[in-house]
Design a protein around this ligand. Sequence first.
Ligand code: BG6
Length: 497
Amino acid sequence: MAHPCAFVIFGAAGDLSRRKLMPALFHLWRGGHLDERTAFVGAARREWDDNAFRDEAAGSLREFVGADVLQDGAWERFAARLFFVGFDMNDQSGYERLKQRLEELDETSGVGQRRVFYLATPPQAFALASRQMDAAGLTQPLKTEDGDWPRIVVEKPFGRDLASSRELDAELLRSFDEERIYRIDHYLGKEMAQNLMVFRFGNTIFESIWNRNWIDHVQISVAESIGVENRGKTYEQMGAARDIVQNHIMQLLATVAMEPPSRFDAQRVRAEKTTVIEAIRPVDPESAETDFVRAQYIADAAGGQPVKGYRQENQVASDSLTETYMAGKFHIETWRWNGVPFYIRTGKRLSKRVTEASIHFKEPPMTLFRDCGGAPSNILTMRIQPDEGISLSIDAKKPGVAMALESALMAFRYSEAFPDRVMPDAYETLIMDVIMGDSMLFAPSEMHAAAWAVLDPLLTAWESPEICPLDFYPAGAAGPQSANAIMQRDGRKWSHF
Ligand code: BG6
């Protein structure tokens, strides 16, 4: 059971807090995972008092969880644990008032100075907030039997290249030690992302074939059907490489490719993942041209409903060169993976929402059934979302007098194997981990630095559109044609999703 703490949300009036954090905290509370004395403190530039914040929280839960959620007694008790401090993040006096409020809660709630500061704010505010907290005396280390406090949680993006991520780290490290910094990547909290490790290291049969002797290549796809929604302004500064590849895709890739840790603890798991990201060959200028594509969605009406192009989205420049899609090929230079390409792709406004990693095994040494149909090789697909599960495509004989093969699926689906279990939202898992002091599913600074080191040369090459031109794809398509060319050149194909 978790000890009580004060969970402070900076940016409590923002979208992330309303959409994700409040529902996650409420579910954890209602599920009995949090100590009843836990205090949830919202901080934002609003003239709210505690009651106004409670009304806002009720509104968020009604909107993002469901209208009936407030009807049981849990909400009343939860609401009584919500507090609010209104302030401008630039104004030092706000941090002083926050400190005072937290000290009162130490007294009245028995949270014993255990504090989590969650920065659900634009990244520009991270350094400022940690410096001001420091000046207000909010960051002093406290050792307890349940770990080191206070803890700070930061959302991505962690910089926009290696240099700026180093700067951000240096700022945070002035006030918090590395052990107390939780860089959140919600993909790691997804149930199947965690299951990838169990699948690989909790079973005997896969690990022995998990290498260059058996595997031809790996594909990782993060496809979204939505566009940039109301995030045009922020997205303009990011693009798909910074928004998804540097973090979510790198984390999935690392989980698929890491060496087995000698023990299942945060330090060893994170070290193995960092090692494998460090082993990815940085993209050189030549392969930036040949092995990577970037593209942007354009308007289309194919699905019956006209869909805007990226350049017509709110707060997006009409001549924007920001990529909403990227695909490419990475090489991991290790004993296990040398010569096995890792193809990745991600995009917005694609035909479907799918996140998966698929392992494409080599063809059998002899094609005995050359003329009988079937697929050339086995494919193991780990579906992160939706419809979480794992499937293996195998060749089977089609019933009948003739020898004809057809590809069949051996499938494990979470929803069938565990029909009564509700999957927790990734934020619930990760918030619980922060409160318990378990950093396994959070990326240390070195892991982010390694990911930036791989991507930096590519991002630099993309600054020259005449060398690496931006391609386009119609909204609702599977991606641009140029992405297929990367595969075709290698005699391979993208998996269908
Ligand atoms: C976020 C990205 O990290 O992940 C968004 O910033 C993206 O652009 C989102 O839409 C996707 O998350 P999920 O959980 O819906 O796959």
